[in-house]
Write a protein that binds this ligand. Structure first.
Ligand code: SF4
Length: 382
């Protein structure tokens, strides 16, 4: 098993947001306290199979709401990961945090515990939208979280903002973006709200609901984010992500470049680069996860060994998410055949549609291609 990235999934939240389809559940304190030893046990069982020559380059606490952990729990996970897998001293160690669960004291403790990058789920600086989304924080807490993170010594702060919210107009989106820029985080992740089946939002805003922004307005919001953030000095380095130079998310960049990642926890996914690549998923409920580990078994649900064709398709649609695009030389090095030889026809069609730029060495999405990325990625599938 080769990997340089470690993902730890914390599947608990204070309250479930109305739009959320992630693997998370409302938390009972006992669940959280008994979960950390299970994560440590999973790590211990896996360590025997890890390649002894590798070292972790990034650790990512994702969720759910990882900021519900206390600093001691976070530290114990980092210390054990270091013992089992080795940790590069310059590693990126990220914690996703919900502004409603942190304060100056806890942020300082997280920083001391080894977290050096904070990803704040702000979503909006407008109380009405935060309430509509069912978030546990308000706009004051969102602003305060960024300022307190700075005071706690964080020099690498990312914030998430959402657009295409019910009844949201362009001026309101502009206000959110401007407030975010004024607070000067190093990184922005910008997501459009999507209505996922089975969530309360899918009943509140059924398909065709007039309260939901239409495609044109969503496209205008995407372009506004691109214009304002790039003018403020952020690089648009991935479809949904912007960073000050030197502050791209190392962990997520590894995902788009198909670097190996070990995922631990309920519903976590791993990717190992053996041959064409292997994807592995953990069981998705806390009950099954507990049962497996208490019985001394790894909580694996299934694994998928990718064929060469699947690996090439994945290489294309993950690589094209990045503004740097896909290098034709690297493709050839990886698969021993020319990218144009395999996908020449699809590439020509996408270039003609104005969705892709192709020069001798590189393929990249145009701005329109980024907007219609799902259509582009689907063209690489059989
Ligand atoms: S905080 Fe995040 S993971 Fe938790 S319910 Fe809300 S959207 Fe889902």
């Amino acid at each position: 098993m080769m990997f340089t990235r470690l993902y730890l999934h914390i599947p608990f939240c204070l309250r479930k947001c109305g739009y959320c389809a992630f693997n998370s559940q409302e938390m009972l304190v006992n669940d959280l306290n008994s979960y950390v030893p299970l994560l440590l046990e999973e790590m211990r069982l896996l360590a025997a199979d890890a390649n002894p020559r590798q070292q972790l380059d990034s650790i990512y606490f994702g969720g759910g709401t990882p900021s519900l952990l206390d600093a001691e729990q976070v530290n114990s996970l980092i210390v054990k990961a270091t013992e089992h897998f080795g940790l590069d001293p310059c590693s990126e160690i990220t914690l996703e945090a919900n502004p409603g669960t942190i304060n100056q004291r806890t942020l300082t403790a997280f920083r001391t515990a080894g977290i050096n990058r904070l990803s704040l789920g702000i979503q909006s600086f407008d109380d009405n939208f935060l309430e509509c989304l069912g978030r546990v924080h308000n706009a004051d807490q969102a602003r305060k979280a960024i300022l307190e993170a700075r005071n706690a010594g964080f020099e690498n702060i990312g914030i998430d903002l959402m657009n295409s919210l019910p009844s949201q107009n362009l001026a309101q989106w502009q206000t959110d973006l401007k407030q975010g820029i004024e607070l000067s985080p190093e990184h922005f992740s910008i997501y459009g709200l999507t209505i996922e089946e089975g969530t309360p939002f899918s009943h509140r805003y059924p398909y065709g609901s007039t309260e939901m922004p239409d495609e044109d307005l969503s496209a205008d919001m995407f372009e506004m984010a691109d214009d304002l953030l790039t003018a403020a000095g952020y690089e648009h380095y991935e479809i949904a992500n912007y960073a000050r130079p030197g502050h791209r998310s190392r962990h997520n960049s590894g995902y788009w470049q198909r670097d190996g990642c070990l995922g631990l926890g309920v519903g976590a996914h791993s990717f190992f680069k053996d041959e064409n690549g292997v994807r592995l998923s953990n069981v998705s409920t806390l009950k099954e996860y507990k049962e497996a580990l208490n019985a001394g078994r790894l909580p694996h649900l299934d694994n998928q060994r990718l064929s060469r064709d699947e690996a090439m398709q994945e290489y294309m649609f993950l690589g094209l998410r990045l503004a740097d695009g896909v290098s034709m030389d690297k493709f050839e090095l990886e698969f021993g055949c020319s990218c144009l030889g395999v996908y020449g026809k699809v590439i020509d069609e996408l270039v003609l549609l104005g969705l892709l730029l192709c020069d001798k060495t590189n393929l990249r999405l145009t701005r329109r291609g980024m907007l219609l990325s799902n259509q582009v990625f689907a063209s690489f599938l059989p």
